[in-house]
Design a binder for this molecule. Structure first.
Ligand code: AVJ
Length: 337
């Protein structure tokens, strides 16, 4: 009887980190479905979320350091400039700072650095992230570096588990321009799902990469050091490892170009010779002719008009647009209609 009381004495402070797992293993089942669907028919594709195994997440961090890949740097500049005004959201009552697809914690640090340290205890940081390693490491670093901050990590997929988000007052962020990975219809679906979990006082900060001169766009996805090429090819290594495949990355080359009609960058893996591979866990033979491609990513680029149409359809209204000087990237602050 005396033990529970004792335990409580030791716990002078409430634990500041909790992690909840909403994936519990069904990621593999989903990969099986996605890979079978994407690789069976005539026109082949793989969803870009399979770039982000452990190596892929590192390669993406490296892409952000290349001189050609401007979005991360430009977005950081905007974040720094507007951090204090964005974080004015906090300060009166306990609220959550939700980050969808948090990855590394560089962006949230920029936001937290703009907050009076005495107010940190009003904030609970809620990263929602599919990669367990990224989530744990980043959460531990944050509670170490920001005294008073609480963290609730959600191991989850933001296309399926938004109902895992806490119901209280919150500021949601979805940065980096990753909304561009989704077709317009999918984006409206995702934005609607975000609107669904928002209350009238909640706010949503969304990062958008904007339409700009084609040479700038194409260079950003064809860096001279070949990091984006390795990132693109790594999706094959991920499939090989997870699904027992023997695809040979050297059968493929990296292809990235701007599709002007769709206003999107497209990334493909293009067969440079006849491909004959096998993915055992799918019981699938992959045959491709030289020149045929596996479409691995779209990265849509927006205008204020094209984005506003999707906000409208999703039941969201823009309250302000935060941009860099050249208008290359935007952070939009949205509220529920
Ligand atoms: C992380 C989805 C925003 O689309 O620019 C970078 C991913 N792909 N280089 C993007 C990516 C190739 C990136 N997002």
């Amino acid at each position: 009887l005396s033990q529970p009381a004792r335990k409580q004495e030791y716990r002078a402070q409430p634990p500041s980190l909790e992690i909840r797992d909403y994936l519990d293993g069904d990621l593999r089942q989903e990969m099986i479905r996605d890979a079978r669907q994407g690789l069976s028919g005539g026109s082949k594709s793989l969803p870009p979320k399979y770039f982000y195994d452990e190596l892929g997440s590192c390669l993406f961090e490296d892409i952000c350091e290349t001189p050609e890949y401007y979005p991360t740097r430009v977005e950081m500049g905007i974040l720094k400039k507007y951090a204090a005004s964005i974080m004015d959201f906090f300060g009166d009552e306990e609220s959550d700072l939700v980050e969808l697809g948090s990855g590394s914690n560089r962006k949230v640090r920029t936001l937290l650095d703009a907050v009076d340290p005495d107010l940190l205890e009003l904030i609970r940081y809620v990263p929602l992230e599919i990669s367990q390693s990224a989530l744990r490491q980043s959460a531990l670093e944050l509670i170490r570096d920001y005294q008073g901050l609480r963290v609730l990590g959600l191991m989850a997929d933001f296309t399926r588990h938004l109902d895992a988000l806490p119901r209280g007052r919150k500021l949601i962020t979805f940065l980096g321009g990753s909304i561009g990975n989704f077709s317009s219809a999918q984006a409206v679906q995702l934005l609607s799902a975000v609107a669904e979990v928002m209350g009238p006082r909640d706010r949503f900060i969304l990062g958008l990469d904007m339409v700009k001169p084609v040479d700038v766009l194409e260079r950003a996805y064809n860096d001279a050091a070949g990091v984006t090429e390795r990132f693109n090819l790594n999706i094959l290594a991920n499939i090989n490892r997870e699904l027992n495949g023997d695809l040979d990355p050297s059968d493929f080359e990296h292809l990235a170009f701007f599709n002007r009609d769709e206003e999107q960058i497209e990334m493909h893996l293009k067969a440079v010779r006849p491909v004959q591979g096998r993915i055992r866990d799918l019981d699938l033979e992959l045959r491709m002719k030289p020149g045929q491609t596996i479409h691995t990513e779209i990265s849509r680029k927006f205008t204020e008009d094209s984005a506003s149409k999707e906000f409208d359809q999703a039941g969201l209204k823009p309250l302000r647009w935060m941009r860099d000087q050249q208008g290359w990237f935007s952070l939009v602050e949205l509220a529920k209609v």
